[in-house]
Design a binder for this molecule. Structure first.
Ligand code: C2E
Ligand code: MG
Ligand code: MG
Ligand code: MG
Length: 277
């Protein structure tokens, strides 16, 4: 708020700021106990190939707060990032994903599904991160090529040499790296060509404006071609209408994710719905 008000302006005390701050402090405190209180769980949102066949799913973290109900990751992930809790939350999500992949790969209909996990750039800052991932993989019987770690363009705003080195170490564990929310952050073409991404996800804000904004449509087309030229698998997120799907397929997207096909859902619901498909 104070920032938005700009220079040379008196920022008056706004009672709603205190309410927001108090909520943030409370949530951050409660988040420390969320894992042990079993208030966290993951949902899965399916991803489809060009023939609309199920090819993977993204793990999305959920927090059902005992008193306040569901809290959006858009609210609690930034709090976790500020307080270093992101490391333990991230390890917890990765463990859930590894268990799930191990299960799926025991000869089920899901044996060849990709599973994506969101990773905060803050987690990559930790010198222990790569070791934690290696340990999680070693504790499960699974083929790591089906595990994808999604990073955002914030990686470009960090200590590049260290981050690049860690990304290569992660890939040498056999898993895949995905560039999430592409187009919204600090992307630099110089960096992209040096970073070992296997997948690029076009941010849903671009997908949203596909139908009515010609300039936006051209930009999405450019992003899709760029990803393909660099040998990445291009995924569009936030696909909500048949027309968006049609345009994205015309542009050459490899995979689609969004409410048009399906929303994120509990693991049991996902399994029940798709195991026969
Ligand atoms: P994201 O990784 O870009 O995930 C996609 C978000 O878009 C999800 O929001 C998903 O529910 C939503 N979405 C999917 N399809 C559609 C659609 O067709 N229309 C619209 N309007 N939205 C759609 P969600 O689950 O609220 O997660 C928000 C963000 O929180 C994620 O964005 C990700 O950045 C972060 N996040 C979620 N889980 C984790 C996690 O385990 N670790 C970390 N570090 N971040 C996470
Ligand atoms: Mg994601
Ligand atoms: Mg995204
Ligand atoms: Mg995001």
């Amino acid at each position: 708020r104070a920032k938005e008000a700009g220079r040379n302006q008196t920022v008056r005390f706004d009672p709603s700021m205190r309410v927001e701050l108090e909520r943030a402090v409370q949530l951050e405190n409660d988040l420390r106990r969320a894992i042990e209180n079993e208030e966290l769980y993951v949902e899965l949102q399916p991803q489809f190939d060009r023939g609309l066949k199920l090819v993977g799913a993204e793990c999305l973290l959920r927090w059902r707060h005992a008193k306040l109900g569901n809290i959006s990751p858009y609210e609690f992930i930034p709090l976790a990032e500020k307080s270093q809790l992101i490391d333990s939350l991230g390890d917890w999500v990765l463990e859930q994903a590894c268990k799930l992949l191990e299960d799926w790969q025991k000869g089920t209909a899901f044996a060849r599904l990709y599973l994506s996990v969101n990773v905060s750039v803050k987690q990559l800052d930790s010198p222990h991160y790569v070791g934690n991932v290696a340990k999680a993989l070693s504790q499960h019987t699974l083929d790591p090529q089906y595990l994808q770690l999604e990073l955002t363009e914030n990686v470009f705003a960090t200590d590049m040499p260290a981050t690049v080195a860690r990304m290569h170490e992660l890939r040498s564990l056999g898993l895949r790296l995905s560039l999430d929310d592409f187009g919204t952050g600090f992307s630099s073409l110089t960096y992209i060509k040096h970073l070992p991404f296997d997948e690029l996800k076009v941010d849903r804000s671009f997908v949203h404006d596909l139908e009515n904004d010609e300039m936006n449509r051209r930009m999405v087309n450019f992003m899709v071609q760029l990803g393909r030229e660099l040998g990445m698998c291009v995924v569009a997120e936030g696909v909500e209408t048949p027309r968006q799907r049609e345009l994205l397929l015309e542009m050459g997207c490899d995979a689609l994710q969004g409410y048009l096909m399906d929303k994120p859902m509990a693991i049991e619901a996902f399994t029940a719905k798709y195991q026969l498909g």
